[in-house]
Design a protein. Structure first.
Length: 205
């Protein structure tokens, strides 16, 4: 098999010499960004301590532990992660309830409750999205005002989720059970998110 021309081999060598420092720099940067075991342990402890202020601490810890590398020991990142969890579950549950509404053979009472719930969950998703957007703009002299907006919208999202559950009063059977379990989980993570937002918004002593 013929060897590549000398000029080609030289070009490849020069190319490798140029790329190698970039690869090393990228690797070093990645190592610097990756939290150490000590930092992860501190983040986990911070999450556990913060979750004690919520109504559902065990759920709080289990839903936020995966975000420890991003949260570190930042109350703002913690509140942001909690809202992200709430949004993800609200979206998933909204889709679940909407799909349930296409089930054949639903009684009028069930269909009405599902229809109202889809609307409530849609509003909840919008309010949590607005809250996350506002969190991204928090800072400086507008901190208290923007945090007040976040508190208002997350509270409204929680109200909508609870209203959805209340709408199934008088409805029996598997439809109510399926919806209630999903909505209650969303309401619980939203309640936790609100508690963490409230802690972040509280004036420093």
């Amino acid at each position: 098999m013929a060897r590549p021309p000398f000029s080609t081999r030289l070009l490849l060598l020069l190319l490798l010499l140029c790329i190698a420092p970039l690869l090393l720099l990228t690797s070093a940067s990645s190592d610097q960004q990756r939290p150490s075991q000590q930092q992860l342990a501190a983040a986990t402890s911070f999450i556990r301590a913060s979750c004690r202020t919520t109504r559902y601490p065990a759920l709080c810890v289990s839903s936020l532990s995966a975000y420890a590398p991003a949260i570190r020991t930042s109350p703002r990142q913690l509140a942001h992660a909690a809202l992200s969890v709430s949004l993800t579950r609200a979206k998933s549950t909204s889709s679940f309830v909407a799909k349930l509404g296409t089930t054949r053979g639903l009684r009028a009472r069930e269909a009405g409750a599902i229809r109202d719930c889809v609307e409530n969950m849609g509003d909840s998703v919008d309010e949590i999205k607005r809250s996350l957007g506002e969190m991204g703009r928090v800072g400086g002299g507008t901190f208290q005002w923007r945090m007040s907006n976040v508190q208002t919208w997350v509270s409204a999202a929680l109200t909508n989720e609870n209203t959805c559950v209340d709408g199934f009063q008088g409805v029996d059977g598997s439809t109510k059970s399926a919806v209630k379990a999903r909505i209650q989980n969303v309401a619980q993570v939203t309640s936790n998110a609100l508690a963490l937002v409230n802690c972040l918004a509280a004036p420093a002593p």
